[in-house]
Design a protein around this ligand. Structure first.
Ligand SMILES: O=C(CNCCc1c[nH]c2ccccc12)Nc1scc(-c2ccccc2)c1C(=O)NCc1ccccc1
Length: 327
């Protein structure tokens, strides 16, 4: 079988987790992203002004590279960032799990936030290929390509706070979690690891959702973006909290102790965050920016790294389920 395991190192402000990936013999640090389905990298055909400080992939130095003639890609994300470029096929190795003809997208242009994030040399999309942006023909993700060769058609994410975690392709390592894994059915029709989430708790008190948007497990988004009524209910219990439009979200006094927050993962488990794990960033000597924010009516709730790093997460492509366990 083709199982593989790689580290997931939290970068500086822990806004993402980077893992070493080898493409055509060249190694880059990429961000594994279950919230998108494009595998793209900084490339040598970018203007130096945009690739400065990054590792870049040089197709002319790969003996296994083949061009996908006439193909292109272009992606934009909800934080306003974007990237675009050309396409080819190469051998991709992630911790020993190898795909010999993976569609690989070379950036010829990226937005400023990617340029300035020098630790991040690109993304490995681990969502479903129905949202891959390659034209004229969408291409499969690394996981879709390798799934049938794995011991089990799964990958797991163990993201850590202030420590190196791991991604595992093909096995569920019992040493990485405790107790049961709580699985829920995934609806992949929107291209995400999407599941129902109809209740939430604040300070241990359970509430029925109002908007009740489906939730997605998204290792590529730092924050937890919930329906606006849920965010308002949470910060309504934080006396110093205000919605600060200049910061783009709820802020509060860093000295205030935050209530717990729980979100349903399907119908029989609530993933609960301790208050101390909810602050995303300190913005000045007294003010903190919350890791839970509203989705501005976006119609989906995004369970990002703030939540995922507190659990052991299982993405099961065989059963089309998503599960979390304590660790
Ligand atoms: O795109 C991803 C996962 N890849 C992120 C790659 C990435 C984008 N900048 C990066 C910077 C560094 C590393 C990876 C990335 N998830 C999803 S599903 C629906 C939305 C969405 C759509 C519309 C409106 C809102 C969300 C997003 C989204 O845009 N998240 C990013 C974000 C981040 C912050 C705030 C909002 C949304």
């Amino acid at each position: 079988n083709e199982n593989g395991e790689v580290d997931a190192a939290p970068e500086s402000n822990e806004s993402e987790y980077l893992s070493p990936v080898t493409v055509g013999g060249q190694s880059l640090n990429l961000d594994f992203d279950t919230g998108s389905a494009d595998f793209w990298m900084f490339s040598s055909s970018m203007p130096l002004s945009q690739s400065q400080g990054h590792s870049t992939f040089n197709a002319s130095k790969s003996s296994t590279w083949s061009v996908y003639k006439g193909a292109s890609w272009e992606i934009s994300y909800g934080d306003g960032s974007s990237a675009s470029g050309t396409v080819g096929f190469d051998t991709v190795d992630i911790g020993g799990a190898t795909v010999t003809s993976q569609a690989v997208e070379l950036a010829t242009g990226v937005s400023g936030s990617f340029t300035s994030d020098v630790n991040n040399d690109g993304l490995v999309g681990l969502g479903f290929s129905s949202i891959n942006t390659i034209q004229p023909q969408q291409q499969k993700t690394f996981f879709e390509n390798i799934m049938d060769d794995l011991e089990q058609p799964v990958f797991t994410a163990d993201l850590e706070d202030n420590a190196t975690g791991s991604y595992n392709f093909g096995t569920i390592d019992p040493s990485e979690y405790t107790g049961d894994i709580h699985f829920t059915a995934v609806d992949k029709s929107n291209g995400f690891w999407e599941f129902a989430s109809d209740t939430y708790t604040v300070g241990g008190n359970k509430s029925q959702c109002q908007t009740c948007s489906p939730a997605i497990a998204d290792t590529g988004t730092s924050l937890v973006l919930v329906d606006d009524d849920v965010a308002a209910a949470y910060y309504g219990q934080v006396s110093s909290a205000v919605y600060d439009s200049s910061q783009g979200g709820y802020t509060y006094n860093c000295t205030e102790s935050l209530p717990t927050f729980g979100i349903a993962i399907g119908s029989d488990y609530t993933a609960t965050l301790q208050g101390a794990d909810i602050t995303f960033a300190q913005i000045d000597s007294q003010t903190c920016f919350g890791g839970i924010q509203g989705n501005s009516g976006g119609g989906i709730q995004i369970m990002g790294d703030i939540l995922l790093k507190q659990f052991f997460a299982v993405f099961d492509g065989g059963n089309e389920t998503f599960g979390v366990a304590e660790k």
